[in-house]
Design a protein around this ligand. Structure first.
Ligand SMILES: Nc1c(C(=O)O)ncn1[C@@H]1O[C@H](COP(=O)(O)O)[C@@H](O)[C@H]1O
Length: 161
């Protein structure tokens, strides 16, 4: 079974990051959650990023706020696709600090960056990456997309009443 690693710089990021965990579980994808900080636990970061693919993780979602170096550092050490979630932390400069430090990666070390606090989309994107080679997950994504469509159609019907 494919596994997604969801890591974040601090427990304070959990209210944002739990949206990724929730949506992945909804697709019946195994999730391994951990707190890893490039700044506060650099040795743990190195160990995590070097070994995630050996432990069966297929995609890593990394969320952090402020000087958010976690996703980029993980991407520099791991062969896995890394999705970065800029978290709008308490002392942030309107979240721009998180966004820019995750988005502006140097060539050769990509981080697929989602919107500020965009953990839901990070979870869906991770599921789609897994779904590209797992037809069970792909089917669930098709159902999810159909649900989105029906919600819009229902909403449009309601306003016409
Ligand atoms: N950006 C990073 C990193 C890192 O990039 O390694 N480690 C923690 N942090 C961030 O610091 C913010 C405040 O953390 P605290 O709430 O623990 O003070 C969090 O949003 C966390 O992601």
């Amino acid at each position: 079974m494919s596994k997604v690693g969801v890591i974040m710089g601090s427990t304070s990021d959990m209210p944002v990051m739990e949206k990724a965990i929730e949506v992945l579980k909804g697709f019946d994808i195994e999730v391994e959650v951990d707190i890893v900080s490039a700044h506060r636990t650099p040795e743990k970061l190195f160990d995590y990023a070097k070994n995630a693919h050996i432990k069966g993780i297929k995609v890593i979602i990394a969320g952090a706020g402020g000087a958010a170096h976690l996703p980029g550092m993980v991407a520099s050490l791991s062969p896995l696709p890394v999705i970065g979630v800029p978290v709008k932390s308490r002392n942030s400069i309107d979240g721009w600090d998180s966004v820019l430090s995750i988005l502006q990666m140097p060539g050769g070390v990509p981080v697929a960056t989602v919107a500020l606090d965009g953990a839901l989309n990070a979870g869906i994107l991770a599921a789609q990456i897994i779904g590209a080679s797992d037809s069970c997950v792909l089917d669930k994504i098709l159902v999810y997309k159909e649900g989105l469509k029906q919600k819009v159609i229902e909403g449009a019907k309601q306003i016409k009443k």
